[in-house]
Design a protein around this ligand. Sequence first.
Ligand SMILES: C[S@@+](CC[C@H](N)C(=O)[O-])C[C@H]1O[C@@H](n2cnc3c(N)ncnc32)[C@H](O)[C@@H]1O
Length: 272
Amino acid sequence: MDHTEVGRYWDENAEAWTKLSRAGYDVYRDYLNTPAFLTMLPDVKGHLGLDIGCGEGHNTRLLAERGARVIAIDISTVFIQHAKQLEEQESLGIDYQVASAVELPFADAAFDFTTGFMSFMDIAETGSVIAESYRVLKPGGFLQFSITHPCYDTPHRRNLRDEKGLTFAIEVGGYFENLAGDIAEWLFSAAPQQIKAGLPKFKIPRFTRTISQWLNLLIETGFLLEHISEPRPSDQTVYDCPNIQDTQVVAYFLHVRARKPEKGIMLSRKPG
Ligand SMILES: C[S@@+](CC[C@H](N)C(=O)[O-])C[C@H]1O[C@@H](n2cnc3c(N)ncnc32)[C@H](O)[C@@H]1O
């Protein structure tokens, strides 16, 4: 499965995803993932950034609210339509475009920073995404991205719960299988049943990579690893949003910041 086919799946998902996430049901994003990502993000005020795989633009808007000038791309036309609609209503100066992360329509060294909020693990051509993110960065610029944690979002995964329904462990397996487009079907677990009942499940193509595959891709592309984070919620956050209790047991997300060196270095691998 290649990026154009993946894009068709995301176009199908985009209506329900936009509706549910804007209604507040993407609780892992809102209570844990995005706040941790923004805490780790360097100052972007006045800098030009590219948000890659922006979806309906929730996290892109948060970048713009921090004072960044932002261009944002997504392969799904439907997501970009929703993002543009909101931009027309409440302008933050974001330029949304339909494009693929694996062939970015931008010149070399055009951006001060690039971001990928929970999009890179959804793209088959992992090496090209990293190579393209590198190419469009100015020397000294950074890439920061979040993905589902490679060690715990494995082909086989099951929550083990105690008698109170609390997760106490996660059973994982198939870590070394590189899934190549297997479809996962789900809706946000925090959405009430009556709302979910009227909606088609998301169909999400999965492309799993091991943690060493991810980090070696970055290193071989020429990036310098700068900061790695595995967000864990506080007890207060879990009290406020019990749905995410399982993220206290193992890391659900991996955040990586990597920098393009000031002086260009030879790529040791070809994109692909
Ligand atoms: C899990 S969603 C995340 C959306 C958004 N960044 C957020 O945090 O809400 C993954 C996104 O990646 C996008 N995507 C998948 N393949 C892509 C590609 N080749 N180029 C650009 N975007 C892509 C999907 O359309 C979808 O919007």
